[in-house]
Write a protein that binds this ligand. Sequence first.
Ligand code: FAD
Length: 551
Amino acid sequence: MTPDAPQYRRYLTDFDSARTGHVFTEVLVVGTGVAGLSAALAAAERADVIVLAKGALEFSSTHWAQGGIAAVTAPADTVAQHVADTLTVGCGLNRREVVETVCGAGPQRIDELIAAGFAFDEHAGELALGLEGGHHENRVLHAGGDATGRALSDFLFVRAKAHERIRVFQQCFLIDLLTVDGVCCGAVTFHPKYGHQLVWAGQTVLASGGYGQLYRETTNPPGITGDGVAAALRAGACVADMELVQFHPTTLYIAGATRALISEAVRGEGAHLVDRSGYRFMADYHADGELAPRDVVSRAIVAQLKKTHGTSVFLDVRPIGVERFARRFPTITARCAEFGVDVGRELIPVRPAAHFSIGGVVVDTTARTNVPGLFACGEVSCSGLHGANRLASNSLLEGLVLGKVAGREAASAVNGVARPAGRLRNENPRSPKTLLDLADVRQSLRSLLWRNAGIERHGERLAETVEIIDFWSKFTLDKTFDDTAGWEIQNMLLLGRMLADGARRRTRSCGVHYRADEPADAPQRLHGGYRLEGGVLQARWLGLDFEPLAH
Ligand SMILES: Cc1cc2nc3c(=O)[nH]c(=O)nc-3n(C[C@H](O)[C@H](O)[C@H](O)COP(=O)(O)OP(=O)(O)OC[C@H]3O[C@@H](n4cnc5c(N)ncnc54)[C@H](O)[C@@H]3O)c2cc1C
């Protein structure tokens, strides 16, 4: 770290337990995606639960998921093969025990969903199973064609809302996790109607999703700004592998359109990737062609764009057949039609975008973080399931399996409701410096990271990126904001700093992380960890099971 590295505050906001409103619960769950709702439902079997989210249900990545859930259900398939596929794609950085737990529990979680009334798509009376890149069997279950995430989050949400032991707080923003003597005892939140509140909880489960919004080009919904990772770090948690971000090769590339995902399942069903001259190029880059792992396809697209001076490549879905495509992918068909693309006659312009956050809050196999009283699950966490690259459709599965583990463990650990032993307050010093155009800082950060810490990375540019972020941090982190836009950008600067620094420190290419200046195939089989110590970020390498290494 440079001597004038930024100082990060313990809390982003002022509060005083003598004045701020209080809410009490046994288990607090932050996030209403698949991980949070799974955790809440599991915890509610034996504890009272509050589950909160900063936005409406549709502002989770879960809601937007298309392809489906990977799990072994076909007679010819085996858990051993699912484990092997996950490890191969993860490039040796996976935590094997977690891979075995998640893949092994998959079939049971699917059976439970079906028994509870969830309707997966079927074909000829059997579960319809899609094929996606990196899988050696058809094992991706889906619902509503390409609306799996929406169907799943609606289904789990209805059950959570109806549960007598669960209270759901929407529009409720987690600003920070409360700690007393290093133990997590809930959160300080903000609600537009109720203002600041202190939510005291016996145990807290963080399920607040990833940090895809750090990039200008992303498939993630607008609220996925990594607030949970930043809050956990400030509360003393260890965070790792922030530089490991999976880029999805095919998102709709039309000016003015959000970067809507064109699911990998589209290529699984037989769509071709072609360049502007109509050339089907993927065979030049990988033996598996269009179904090569995502990082390979993303880099191939970048290379082909450079070669052909194009701004996008194209998906040709005509080999699938127009009617079959419309039936299997109704959401994508409708999205393309909104922008005047008739998929029966025209090619779909696509480019890569940031998609999935592999890094996050380090957890053990029971979803515990290193902060007593704090669990994490789903995309906010770094469980070791994905290694250095995520196997397609493994993340909804992770949320279902480890979300349930986190909820169950949290409920078992509850020993009553946490209550403030004494007065707890925070007051940040006021900054004498200028007011800021927050939207400009946000856009500048997202563009910077896309340019310098995106699909192709170079050491020099990463070092420069860290310096720039430190500079912007100096006049942004000294402010005490009173709205979500301010807290989000403070979180994004902290996360962007770790992302760029982690990419700089990981000098070898590995999985989703591609160093164009050091592409040699000798990856660091280590996790890049971060802690905040005395308000300063400290980086250290961790072993394969996230154990601290002797320096
Ligand atoms: C377009 C798209 C398609 C995808 N397709 C697939 C797929 O087919 N299969 C697959 O396995 N994976 C897919 N993924 C990835 C997968 O959807 C996610 O990894 C997974 O849903 C993450 O679930 P989660 O519960 O951890 O987080 P999310 O579903 O992202 O939920 C996060 C929750 O936390 C809340 N939150 C965040 N910050 C705060 C805060 N400060 N205060 C309060 N609440 C907060 C959010 O409002 C939200 O409720 C896709 C992702 C995207 C974006």
